[in-house]
Design a protein around this ligand. Structure first.
Ligand code: CP3
Length: 345
């Protein structure tokens, strides 16, 4: 296609006829069509079977009319490829084998060859590109090093990140060594996704908001800067940097890198954009739980986000975090229609 897609143009802050919209976790349990596949296969089976992953990736494109697809997978398959056992238990979330708590544990992990060890992701990307036939661009993704490190160290999700911070504060060398290893794995993984056909990338730093600004700067930012400087095809494949709950250190997030900064709903979009600077694009930031409200209230909030973005080019509409699994599907469909209607220039 010679004409660049709406979503990609917005990532590069070019003029658009309306605001593009896609949703984090747009393929998932809130959707009837997803549930039908999920009833017959485990979540990891779906991730590892390129045909199923491709099928589910396309569901929100076909049913909701979103302006981008995001490859169906999980951030933790990379950690599995690094040598950790990975399981998903119903209603519990992810669970990993032997947590990493020392330098010796870090040495046990390997930097995978994404092309080979995560071949099923690359195959799913190629399949989706084929089936999309240029309708909308495909986003590849990875967890950010800190978010992945927190799973590797805790062995599961956490509220306090007690073990992660303990390692950071008492064994900084081991922590940095772990971050460095994970960062190398992420760089190779993202570059492999671009070679397979990903047209944009998103880096999810879902748990980084547990950190004090100073600790972000010291323990995370240098690794993020290396990551963004080493993702190839820059200038052609935009990279979205989503840092959840990071409003207190947004300037540092911006400094870490990314062509688009993704923000959650805890900060007004106009304030976030002013702070990161108008020379990057911005993505966000409706509270996902707003989708449980009646339509007029949703519309009021969508208008508010759009007004805060103003007429400036470079806004991509999204939620401030993933779609909640109990969200009524018709509300999600209504949201996408609403953004398209209300943002038409
Ligand atoms: O956005 C998309 O539609 C692409 C698919 C996607 C999934 N996970 C599918 C998924 C993406 C981009 C992710 C990223 C991911 N995974 C993140 C970062 C984004 C975020 O939400 O902060 C994180 C932290 C994970 C780890 C993870 N995977 C958790 C905590 C869980 C359990 C959540 C729960 O509600 O049980 C998962 C499982 C998961 N990942 C599901 C889906 C559709 C649900 C699996 C199921 O069907 O049972």
């Amino acid at each position: 296609m010679s004409e660049r897609h709406l979503f990609l143009r917005a990532c590069w802050r070019e003029d658009v006829e309306r605001t593009p919209v896609w949703l984090m976790r747009q393929a998932g349990r809130y959707m009837q069509a997803y549930q039908e596949v999920r009833q017959r296969h485990s979540f990891l089976e779906m991730c590892k079977n390129p045909k199923l992953a491709a099928q589910v990736t396309l569901q929100p494109v076909e049913r909701l009319g979103v302006d981008a697809a995001i490859i169906f997978s999980d951030i933790l398959v990379l950690v599995e490829a690094m040598g950790m056992r990975l399981e998903f238990h119903e209603g519990f979330g992810p669970k990993l084998g032997e947590p990493v708590r020392s330098m010796q544990d870090v040495e046990r992990l390997r930097v995978p060859d994404a092309e080979k060890d995560l071949a099923y992701v690359m195959e799913a990307i190629r399949l989706v590109r084929e089936k999309l036939r240029g309708r909308v661009p495909l986003i590849g993704f990875s967890g950010a090093p800190f978010t992945l490190a927190s799973y590797v160290i805790e062995g599961r999700g956490s509220r306090t990140f007690r073990f992660t911070k303990e390692m950071m504060f008492s064994q900084p060398e081991a922590f940095h060594a772990l971050m460095e290893k994970i960062t190398s794995a992420v760089i190779d993984y993202l570059n492999a996704q671009v070679r397979a056909g990903a047209q944009a990338l998103q880096v999810f730093d879902s748990w980084v908001g547990c950190l004090a600004p100073e600790d972000y700067e010291r323990y995370v930012m240098p690794h993020m800067r290396r990551l963004f400087s080493r993702v190839e095809a820059r200038g052609e494949v935009p990279v979205i940097h989503f840092a959840n709950q990071a409003a207190t250190f947004l300037e540092k997030v911006r400094h870490a890198g990314g062509d688009v900064i993704g923000v959650d709903w805890r900060i007004p979009l106009d304030e976030a954009w002013r702070r990161v600077g108008y020379d990057v694009a911005i993505q966000g930031n409706l509270d996902p739980i707003a989708l449980f409200a009646p339509l007029p209230e949703i519309e009021r909030r969508v208008r508010d986000v759009l007004e805060r973005a103003g007429s400036r080019p470079g806004h991509i509409f999204n939620l401030g975090h993933g779609v909640h699994k109990d969200t009524p599907e018709e509300k999600v469909a209504a949201l996408v229609k609403m953004v398209k209607r209300l943002s038409a220039r």
